[in-house]
Design a protein around this ligand. Structure first.
Ligand code: OAD
Length: 297
């Protein structure tokens, strides 16, 4: 299947290009000001408020990032352990890095692909499955649009947990594609440092989006459209500094959605308003599901 890079065309409100870019914290303002840590009572009230919003919303979108998989044992990109062999993600996840040193880039991705074989979805991933089931069931019909999970993660753990409507904005580590022909294949197997296309013999690359590349057009359009009409938008486990994904947060606010951040730390998303639940997604999301089931946590 040929994948043509495409310009962003969906979600007029979003007003951002579909090319992957990184914006530094300096460019987005002081992240820590909007949400001082909540004390236990405040946390409880906020949790109830979010559960209440989820129980009423007809359309919910969640944007997830590496933090959701942290409790499965996968390192985040920008944490203390966020470097790989001394390289920042922005130095290995680019077309020019691949051109310069494809073996280095493949070693980076092969190490991450090997890690995937050792990890399982965590309670945070499973809570999203429960949320989707609940919203789809409540919507009565086919559930289309009741819940959309837009993820920046390329680890496949949302799908492995059982989430159905998953939009993989940055592609998947479990797919490879040819740098020359249209060959695209799913593979979990270990690959050499320089894997070659079984069809034309040219170099394969991981089917992930690199910095300066366009997001897959249809997936991005669906994410933008779902965001433009959602009533509740969850921002979970992401530093919210990689665009265009992080732009969905502003689009959700523009659409009048209640924006809820779940993250142990304040991020670039925090200063944009909404509610913050400070803590791990693998703990907070199951607590939210308990509230939705009517069980007090
Ligand atoms: P980051 O590493 O930038 O951010 C991870 C976020 O997860 C941080 O804000 C942490 O505070 C938070 N976090 C850590 N543990 C958590 C937990 N248990 N529960 C909830 N949150 C937790 O990762 P992303 O925001 O996903 O792109 O990065 C976005 C993109 O940048 C990635 O998709 C990747 C990277 O470059 C590409 O590779 C194309």
């Amino acid at each position: 299947m040929a994948r043509k890079p495409a310009r962003f065309s969906g979600g007029a409100r979003l007003g951002v290009s579909g090319a992957l870019v990184f914006r530094s914290r300096a460019g987005t303002g002081d992240a820590a000001i909007m949400h001082p840590p909540l004390d236990t009572d405040e946390y409880d009230v906020a949790l109830e408020q979010v559960a209440n919003s989820l129980s009423k919303a007809r359309r919910v979108v969640a944007l997830t990032g590496a933090g959701v998989s942290a409790e499965s044992g996968l390192a985040t990109f920008r944490g203390a352990d966020g470097l790989w062999e001394g390289h920042r993600i922005e130095d290995v996840a680019t077309p020019s890095a691949f051109q310069r040193d494809p073996a280095l880039v493949w070693r980076f991705y092969n190490a991450r692909r090997a890690n995937l074989r050792t990890v399982q979805p965590n309670p945070g991933h499973r809570a999203f499955v429960e949320l989707e089931d609940r919203l789809v069931k409540r919507s009565g019909g086919d559930g289309a649009g009741a819940f959309t999970l837009a993820t920046q993660n390329v680890d496949g753990l949302h799908r492995a947990a059982g989430s159905r409507r998953v939009l993989e904005l940055h592609g998947s580590l479990q797919r490879v594609r040819c740098t020359r022909c249209s060959h695209l294949a799913a593979t979990d197997e270990a690959l050499p440092d320089l894997p070659h296309c079984p069809q034309c013999g040219h170099l394969l690359r991981p089917d992930v989006v690199w910095f300066h590349e366009m997001l897959p057009a249809e997936i991005w359009r669906e994410a933008a459209q779902a965001t433009a009409i959602c009533e509740c938008f969850l921002v979970v486990g992401t530093s919210a500094i990689v665009y265009p994904a992080a732009g969905l947060i502003d689009a959700a606010r523009a659409a009048g959605a209640m924006v809820v951040e779940i993250n142990p730390e304040a991020t670039s998303a925090s200063r944009r308003g909404g509610l913050a639940l400070r803590g791990r997604s693998g703990e907070i999301l199951p607590q939210l599901m308990q509230r939705l089931r009517g069980e007090k946590t």
